[in-house]
Structures are given as C-alpha cells and as structure tokens.
Design a protein around this ligand. Sequence first.
Ligand code: ACO
Length: 330
Amino acid sequence: MTNTGIAMIGSGSATPPVSLDNQRLSQIVETSDEWIASRTGIRDRRVADPQTSLCSLATAASKQAIAMAQIDPSEIDLIVLATSTPDDLFGSASQIQAQLGATQAVAFDLTAACSGFIFGLVTAAQFIRTGVYKTVLLIGGDILSRWVDWSDRRTCVLFGDGAGAVVLQASECDRLLGFELRSDGTQNGCLNLSFQAQPQPLIDQITVSRGTYQPITMNGKEVYRFAVKKVPEVIEKALFRADLTVDQINWLILHQANQRIIDAVAQRLNIPSDRVISNLANYGNTSAASIPIALDEAVRAGKIKPGDVIATSGFGAGLTWGAAIFQWGI
Ligand code: ACO
C-alpha cells in the first residue's frame, strides 16, 4: 500500500555572511537602534552581496536538509521553491535542482510572499497525499534587500535575506495534522513590490510596456492590524482541523515579521512565551525564509524534538495568510 501521510524529516538554512546591524543602518537612514528594536524587536539582519544569489542560498540550505534527512538528491521527486525574489523571473527552482543533482525531481517556483513557506508546505503535501510523489524538497528563500528602498526608513529597517529548506517524505503516520490557507486581494495595496510600466510605442497603434519592479511599499499600520487579527483566527482554524487545542502545542513558529506581532498573537492564543520561537532579532524579516530558518535553528539547538507539535503561520503580501499544525520528525 502507498504511504500517503506526510513526515518532515530534515531541515537546513543559510544566510549571507554580511550583517548589517541597527547601528550601521542608522548611518544610512535617520533611525536608531532604540527605535527599531523597540518597535520591531530587530537588531541585526543579513544582506546578500552581489555575488550571493537566491539559488546559492537555497542550495546551501537544501544540502543541509538533505543531509539531515539522510537521503540522496536523486530520491527527490519534487522541488518547490517559495520565493518572491527569484534570480530569474522564469523561475529559479530548476537551477537549484541542477545544483543539487536532483536529477529525478520536477521543480517549480511558488509565490505567496511571507506566506510562501506555508503555501508551499500545503502544495507539496497534496502531491504526497495523492501518492504521486514520495520525497519533496520545500525551500523558502528571499533576497528582499534587492527590492528595498534603502532611503525609506519605514521599510528598509525591517527586512533581511536568507533561505530555509525542509525535506518532506511519504510516511505511514501523517504528521501534517491540519492547515488553513487564506487570501484577500481587496487589501492588495497594503504591501507591494509592483511592476511599473513605462509605455514604449512600437509601431502604429501598438504600445508595449517596459520597466521594472519598484521597491517595496507598505502600509505598516494596516499590515500590523491585519496580522494580529487574522493570524490567531487561522491558527485556531488549523487546530480545529487537527482536532487539537492550544495547550497541546509545543511550539509556536510565526513568520518573523515583528516581535510585537509575535507577542500579540501568542497572547491572544494564550501561548506562554517559553513556547514561542523567535530569531527575528538576528535576521529581521526574511519573508518566505523566516519560518524554515527559525524551525531549522530550533531543531539543531535541540529545542524541537521528534514528535513535538508545532503550530506555524505565515502572513503577508497578497494579502495572504495561512497556518499549519505538524509534528516534527518521522
Ligand atoms: N526610524 C525612526 N523613525 C521612524 C522609522 C525608523 N526606522 N520608521 C518610521 N519612523 C517614524 C515615522 O516617520 C513616524 O514619524 P512621524 O510621527 O513624525 O510621522 C513615526 O516613526 C511613527 O511611524 P509609524 O509608521 O506610525 O510607526 P508604527 O508604530 O506603525 O511602526 C512598523 C512601524 C514597525 C513598521 C509597524 O507598523 C509594523 O510593525 N507593521 C507591520 C509591518 C510588517 O510586519 N510588515 C511585513 C509584513 S510581511 C511581508 O509580506 C513582507
């Protein structure tokens, strides 16, 4: 009989070596360590230099996850890369497939901003549930420093670069206990990294648009309000589907956007702070990478143990948000 349960059997993460702390950032824009730390909890972030590509970070994270899972790259059936900042708009997952030597894997990109890892997890899970694929590599990675307006202090202090990866495998026991995904395009204008068209007349009546993507714009207050309201709701929905209650959660891993959001969500759900994982102080908001990086660090530190129940939620541009409840390990 085909196993159609899902187990998460390996994790990895990678961040660029260059760090940019609040002190140094305050030499670029008018801000201070005190302002950034008290409003967001962020003290440092990593930024990719021009030699560091999204593929190189994603590949490094993936190699760690593959090693922990004790599999050979040729066993991977599917690679899902959750990113909003691919090296190539046609997709970067295939380059990672080549760099890993995952010769049997089909690979594609998936975009859902800071919800990308959760949306990717649920997407990958469907292929395992249906018995189509056995082994999936899921990567969340972003280099938002490429798309930040470094003269806008309202946004440039928030983001950092990195990648995280997990290996999912078909298993007799199903460790993905519940999930819920949501989108609300009516609030799309809250957070954007939009293409701005420059009309270019070609011939006769035909004009096409050239141009490029404009730096990130954000309505911080709206995003904050949205996250604090919607994230607890979506976690409760996922818990309901898992037939679990809040007190059965060992760890809460939220998208690392802002410590005040993390604290407010934990408080609303009545989850004590010693069960909340946060590494935002060191990395800022790494978008699709933030959950798998936090997960990987907690697993490697021995905090998260096999069988622990993890509630996780991503939220961000789209607007999109989602939650998944799963148990770590086989
Ligand atoms: N340093 C110093 N002062 C600043 C800075 C800064 N870096 N940024 C803004 N200010 C100033 C503003 O200019 C403003 O001054 P004014 O009153 O003289 O105009 C004052 O600080 C307050 O600004 P607000 O924008 O009202 O600050 P707020 O308290 O809302 O905090 C923050 C801003 C931290 C961004 C908050 O709104 C927030 O956390 N929102 C959520 C954002 C988020 O998590 N986004 C990521 C989502 S995930 C994704 O998909 C990418």
